[in-house]
Design a protein. Structure first.
Length: 338
């Protein structure tokens, strides 16, 4: 349950109080370290960690069927090269202890894994049945992502101090639209930043696109990926909470912090999984699954942490410094809820 002060909607302030650079002026006047401390307090007392865990579960449930379905569907419709590229990329970014398991699961959908049975099963109606199953897998991934973004709305609402979410139908319709827009941009950004190098190597191996194209890919994937991530995060911050959000410039601080924190956390997690012998030995073939869960949790923390910073910046601009609801007798129950 959230116990933070509601953030006043500064769009209702009179005059032209919210100029494009007003967010940065507010941040400098308030003090960066003080702002970060208060942002973390808003995140914590808004129950951000719990909502991040719930979002991580939905993200994990969406990632696995989406990767398998994309690889298998590309092969089923006759684009075997794309399926092979996806399979090679997934195997390359997974921890070494899980290579055999990942290759078996993803490779079985492309005909390159140990679970493939050759071309005989593809004759007759088996191919159509396979395409239907893989399409349903994509729909399952879409549904899981939609519920994940609906959970993100709930977490954002609690951080902003909004007690109730939107009604069910508008809530999930909006989450579905965000899945198709912000989710697509987020996927592109993750592919380019996290899996960009192994993806380029896989394309080079399968399609032999040449050294010049590979060099261009290595250079361009970074700015395009960062722009995609910032765009996705800003869309989520703009349209997820149940309130009238300020202008785009006011959300830039939280969006930039989300992308920076996510990049740092993802890099540190990848380094830890790669260098820690105990991690791989402990989980064995399940190392990739555990790493995915940890990465999804860190992603949820980064997203909702950025929401908390954007919310606190607007709260400061609206005259609300301390994000916590008052608790005069320190009994853990905010005064207004007795």
């Amino acid at each position: 349950m959230s116990s933070v002060r509601p953030v006043p909607e500064t769009t209702c302030m009179p005059g032209d109080a919210l100029q494009a650079d007003d967010a940065w002026v507010t941040l400098r006047r308030h003090g960066s370290w003080r702002f970060l401390r208060e942002g973390f307090t808003r995140f914590r007392f808004g129950d951000g960690f719990s909502h991040a865990r719930a979002f991580a579960l939905q993200l994990s449930l969406a990632t696995v069927p989406m990767v398998i379905a994309l690889a298998g569907l590309a092969t089923a419709v006759g684009v075997e090269g794309v399926g092979e590229v996806i399979a090679r990329t997934v195997v390359a970014i997974s921890p070494g202890n899980s290579d055999a398991l990942v290759q078996q699961v993803v490779g079985s959908q492309t005909g390159s894994g140990s679970g493939s049975q050759g071309g005989e099963e593809g004759e007759g109606g088996g191919g159509d049945a396979g395409e239907i199953a893989l399409t349903l897998g994509l729909l399952t991934a879409f549904a899981a992502t939609t519920t994940g973004f609906a959970q993100l709305e709930r977490g954002a609402n609690r951080i902003y101090g909004t007690e109730r979410d939107r009604p069910s139908v508008p809530k999930y319709v909006r989450a579905g639209v965000l899945t198709a827009t912000a989710g697509g941009a987020l996927t592109v950004g993750l592919l380019l930043i996290v899996a960009g190098e192994p993806f380029g190597d896989a394309v080079q191996d399968v399609y032999e696109w040449g050294g010049a194209a590979e060099t261009a890919w290595d250079v361009l994937r970074w700015p395009i990926g960062l722009v995609s991530l910032v765009t996705a995060v800003t869309l989520l911050q703009r349209f997820s909470p149940r309130r009238t959000q300020p202008g785009w410039s006011w959300l830039a601080v939280g969006s930039a912090a989300t992308v920076a924190a996510w990049l740092a956390a993802s890099g540190l997690l990848a380094l830890y999984v790669k260098l820690s012998e105990g991690f791989g030995e402990t989980y064995g073939p399940l190392t990739a699954v555990i790493a995915l869960l940890l990465w999804a949790y860190l992603t949820g923390i980064a997203l909702l942490g950025g929401v908390a910073l954007s919310a606190q910046l607007e709260a400061v601009r609206g005259g609300e410094g301390d994000p916590r609801l008052p608790d005069a007798d320190a009994d853990g129950i905010p005064d207004g809820r007795r």
